[in-house]
Design a protein around this ligand. Structure first.
Ligand code: HMG
Length: 390
């Protein structure tokens, strides 16, 4: 019998601060409904000066370690497009903060927002061959230029997943996949920039085209029909995009369903992203957490997953939900993380942003985070992480 590889545990982390879209609307002069209804966002997570992808990734990973320990974990993959070093993997800082043993392989993966899915599939391959467990963490901070149209779609989060080769408690990664890759310039971030360049409209069209193309490949590879899924999770650069994508896929596959069924299959996956904003590689797995935490009757059903990373690589795949998955979720912890973010206004958001510039030079960071780990300083061009004390 083939081994069933899948997600055994999933845990999220985000930032200390949040900015509501009302604050942004006041600064940009836009109607707030453009953000709430047109884009589908209520707020965005904003990192404190001493938070970055490593502190978020380690916080999410810590929740997994606290429950399962590190036994049998042989691989840690951190997927991110908010890289902090051109050479050293962010995962090595996470490995150290989590106190993982030396006999673990650690690597970083990048392909825009697709990186988290690439990590999941890469470790699935490793686990098929070697068994054991792997820790996959997707962590990103979405940042666009101040005053640009992308600013309303910023956000930040990390999602850690324990992936196992035997009896995953939450969901099995089904073998059929559909792929779509193309060399396009819809969104990119040159090395000298801390903010992304983007052709917004082109990126939306590219995403939709990739969605039907990847699903078409998935169907040709023996995947399920659209009407066989109990729910869908789409990469959510903003939550309205999931609605656009699902409508597009239904049209392309000549499916008609009533509005109520349509909403049922999408809405529960958007609840967390509406308030966190885009978290790039983590966004699809934030959507998955949201669906699992709020969905009823998912056990035994199959979730259609669409992963899109600009540039672009896309993948359609499926997760089969295990019967007792609800016993392994972390609803209260995630709700607390989201609700306890401190609301800040536009000026305070600008003040935190100044710490994110890519420029060199040593500096100390004020202690602000409410998470367990912090970036204390950059000294001699080395990042110094430590346990937080607040
Ligand atoms: P924009 O120019 O700010 O907004 O760009 P718009 O004028 O297109 O309006 C957006 C929607 O709001 C429209 O609805 C308007 O009608 C509506 P739609 O036509 O789309 O259905 N609207 C209103 N609704 C209610 N009340 C109002 C109102 N006013 C307008 N008063 C854009 C929007 C998303 C392009 C911009 O925010 C952007 O560039 N974002 C960044 C890029 C992005 O998110 N692209 C998504 C696809 S690419 C992707 O997902 C990959 C990515 O995650 C990166 C990676 O892979 O690493 C980004």
């Amino acid at each position: 019998m083939p081994v069933e590889i899948g997600v055994h545990d999933i845990a999220m982390a985000t930032t200390t601060y949040r900015m509501d879209v009302d604050q942004l609307a006041r600064a940009t002069g836009e109607d707030v409904d453009k953000y709430r209804k047109g884009i589908g966002q209520d707020s965005q997570s904003v990192p404190a000066a001493d938070e970055d992808i490593v502190t978020m990734a380690a916080e999410a990973g810590l929740a997994i370690m606290d429950r399962h320990g590190s036994d049998d974990i042989h691989t840690v993959v951190v997927a991110t497009e908010t890289g902090i070093d051109q050479s050293k993997s962010a995962g090595l800082y996470v490995h150290s903060l989590l106190g993982l043993p030396a006999n673990v392989r650690v690597v970083e993966l990048k392909q825009a927002c697709y990186g988290g899915t690439a990590a999941l599939q890469f470790v699935a391959g490793l686990l098929t061959r070697h068994g054991g467990k792997a820790l996959v963490i997707a962590a990103d901070i979405a940042r666009y230029d101040i005053g640009s149209s992308g600013e309303s779609t910023q956000g930040a989060a990390a999602v850690a997943m324990l992936v196992v080769a035997d009896a995953p408690a939450i969901a099995v990664i089904e073998p059929a996949v559909g792929l779509h890759s193309a060399d396009i310039m819809d969104f990119w971030r040159p090395n000298h920039r801390s903010t992304a360049r983007v052709d917004g409209r082109a990126s939306v069209s590219a995403y939709l085209e990739a969605c039907t193309s990847a699903y078409g490949d998935y169907a040709r590879n023996g995947g399920l029909g659209i009407d066989e899924f109990s729910a869908f999770c789409y990469h959510q650069p903003f939550t309205k995009m999931a609605h656009k994508a699902h409508r597009h896929l239904l049209n392309a596959t000549s499916m008609t369903i009533c509005q109520e069924q349509f909403e049922q299959r999408i809405n529960l996956s958007t609840l967390y992203n509406r308030t966190l904003g885009n978290s790039y590689t983590a966004s699809l797995y934030v959507a998955l957490s949201s669906l699992l935490d709020h969905g009823d009757g998912l056990a035994g059903g199959t979730i259609g997953m669409f992963s899109y990373g600009s540039g672009c690589v896309a993948e359609f795949f499926a997760l089969k939900v295990q019967s007792n998955h609800e016993d392994h979720l972390r609803r209260a912890r995630t709700r607390e993380l989201i609700d306890s973010r401190v609301p800040i206004d536009y000026q305070q958001y600008l003040a935190q942003r100044q710490y994110s510039d890519v420029g060199g030079g040593d500096r100390e960071f004020p202690e602000l985070t409410r998470g367990p780990f912090r970036l204390a300083a950059i000294r001699d061009e080395k990042r110094v992480y430590e346990a937080a004390t607040i």
